[in-house]
Design a protein around this ligand. Sequence first.
Ligand code: GEK
Length: 246
Amino acid sequence: MSTKDDIYSQPLDTITGFTFDEHVVNVFPDMIQRSVPGYSTIIAMTGVLAERYVQPNSRCYDLGSSLGASTLAMRRQLHSRPCKIIAVDNSVAMQNRCREILAQDNDGNASPVDVELVDSDIRDITIANASVVVLNFTLQFIANDTREALLKRIFDGMLDGGILILSEKILFEDPHLQALNTDLHHSFKRANGYSEMEVSQKRTALENVLIPETIASHQHRLKAVGFNNVDVWFQCFNFASLVAIK
Ligand code: GEK
C-alpha cells in the first residue's frame, strides 16, 4: 500500500535538506524502488546471504532499517533459525511505520525470528554477538569523519566468520565514468516516471546529506578496520553492494 512519491513533483521556492520525515515514510517503498537501481535484488540477496552466514544464537543487525525491507528479507530466509534480528533507525516516523509492517508480517507466521526495533543513532548502540550486519544505503548518510569509527565498532562486535553487507550510492574517480553513471542513473529515474524537475529538485535536497564515496575508499576502510575478505557482489550504475567477512 505504498503511495506514489510526488514530493518533488511541484516547483519548490526553497529546497531544504532531505529528511526521513512522515512525508518520506508515506512514499518510501515507491521512492526507493524507483530511485535505486537493483534495490529489489540487493534486498532479496541480503536474505540469502543472512541465511548462509547466520550463526546459532547470534544477532543479525539491520542498521538504518527504514521500513524493515532488509529485516523482513532476513526473517523470511532465516525461518526458525535460533537468532535475533535487531533493526535500528533514528527516524521515529520510520520506526512507527516499520512496527506496523512487522506486525502484519507476523500474522500467520508460526515461528518468526524475534525482531527488536531500536530507535537510536546507529553510532550509539552496542553491537555484540553479531553474525550478520546490514548497512543497506545507510552509511552514505553518516558524517564522513565518523564512518571509520562506526565500522570499527561493527567489526569488534562481530563473530569470526560473520558478514557485513554494505550497499551504497558510489562515486567514480574517472570523471568520464562519474558523468556517465550519474546520467544513466537519471535516465533510470526518468524511465521510472520521475520528471526532469523531480530528479533535479531531489538532487538538490540530497546535496550535503547523502555523501557517496568510491568503491576503493569503502574497500580500503573495510580492510583498515580488520575485515579479511572484501568483495563487490553487485553493481548497477552508481549503486553497489559489498560484502566484508570477518
Ligand atoms: C532499506 N536500509 O530499505 N542512525 C540511525 N539511522 C539512520 C542514521 C543514523 N545515524 N542516519 C540515517 N538513518 C533501508 C534503506 S534509507 C536509504 C535505508 C535511503 C536512517 C534513516 O532514518 C533512513 O531510514 C535510513 O537510514 C536510510 O534497504 O533512503 O536512501
